[in-house]
Design a protein around this ligand. Structure first.
Ligand SMILES: [Zn+2]
Length: 370
């Protein structure tokens, strides 16, 4: 009997087992959607599955040395990937349009660059910017390759599939309505609700659960060489990607998040605006990181009020956030404001600083109403 090898943490064993059963029984779905929290290993699982599906070994897949295995491990073989790109990257020329010897970067160069980053660290969160999206051209370029001769199994990973715009979604839907033989689509997403219901209905959905703190620790150590400290593990909530994200970021932004909350909830208006001005957060990534930490701290406080231990004890204590009394209603109100601000910054409807100032005022107002 064919042996399929799929490795990963114990927390995700059940999911891997169901996939292996599907492979063994030759009923592996031609359109699979892997969904779960950011950084828990969805792209890694998609990639491991693509390796198995592409392998041609007669007894053990992936074998690691057949043509199929070599092709999928080559980040330059961009036909395996659909990856969100920024407009300027997506609008670059196709490889076929560039004359020999040209040094101009093509769309394929960008895809190969990101594919390489994913292969190096599939848990990483912010390898592409919030502005990157999947255009209809990227979907069409992928499907146009289907016409090419060849009897190999085709396996396409659509990473962060919720970033498909409407035209791209509709183009993919057409393909999913009649998937060519020997072709497999593996979509990954942390925001399933942003996908078209018609696309969801064409896919078999697999929920990939988060890991235990110990598994996160081990995965981060294996991937980055460094073990996360207890606070970072607490903040990561079972996601190696999140642990690496927090661990790699500027400490000053974590402190700023705490200062922001403390000033806002204690109604120290001038201190708050002074703090914001001094940091001058122009980069969307920085603002999103700040909001992400604020969201974590608020959630941690809500849990704390309900009698659970703080997940990032040292951080929360060093920020002296809990030296004053807060009620769950205020905290939940602030959480809703945080999510709305994240959406606003992501959509680029307002500049990060302006969005943060509006956010601060809204929190003041909610505290003042008390
Ligand atoms: Zn192989």
């Amino acid at each position: 009997m064919m042996k399929f090898e799929l490795q990963g943490p114990k927390s995700q064993e059940k999911q891997r087992q169901s996939l292996i059963s599907a492979l063994e029984e030759s009923r592996f779905p031609q359109a699979l959607l892997i969904e779960g929290a950011p950084g828990v290993g969805k792209k890694k699982l998609a990639f491991d599955l693509a390796r198995i599906l592409s392998c041609t070994d007669a007894s053990h897949r992936p074998c690691g040395h057949c043509f199929g295995c070599k092709m999928i491990l080559d980040s330059g073989a961009v036909s395996n990937w659909v990856i969100p790109l920024e407009s300027k990257e997506a609008n670059a020329r196709r490889a076929s349009e560039v004359s020999a010897g040209s040094t101009a970067k093509t769309v394929d160069d960008y895809v190969a660059h990101y594919a390489k980053e994913i292969l190096e660290n599939p848990y990483r969160l912010n390898y592409i910017t919030p502005a990157a999206f999947i255009s209809v051209d990227l979907i069409r370029a992928m499907t146009s390759r289907f016409g090419l001769k060849g009897d190999r199994v085709r396996c396409v990973i659509i990473a962060e599939a919720e970033r498909m715009n409407e035209a791209a979604s509709n183009a993919l839907l057409k393909t999913l309505e009649e998937v060519p033989p020997e072709t497999y689509f593996i979509l990954t997403t942390s925001y399933k609700e942003r996908l078209l219901p018609t696309i969801l209905s064409r896919c078999i959905t697999l929920h990939l659960p988060s890991m235990t703190d110990d598994e996160v620790k081990q995965t981060v150590r294996e991937t980055s060489g460094e073990a996360p400290d207890p606070d970072i593990l607490g903040m990561a909530f079972g996601s190696p990607g999140k642990a690496m994200y927090y661990g790699s970021y500027r400490e000053s932004l974590v402190t700023l998040a705490g200062d922001f909350l403390r000033h806002a909830l204690q109604r120290e208006y001038s201190e708050l605006f002074f703090t914001l001005e001094s940091e001058n957060l122009k980069e969307i990534e920085d603002a999103l990181f700040l909001l992400d930490v604020i969201s974590f701290l608020l959630n941690d406080a809500v849990r704390y009020l309900s009698g659970e231990p703080l997940r990032a004890r040292e951080l929360s204590e060093s920020l002296a956030l809990w030296d004053f009394s807060l009620d769950a209603e205020t905290l939940n109100g602030a959480l809703i404001q945080t999510q709305e601000t994240i959406a606003r910054v992501e959509s680029r409807k307002s500049a990060p600083m302006a969005a943060l100032q509006v956010f601060a005022i809204k929190i003041f107002e909610s505290v003042l109403r008390k």
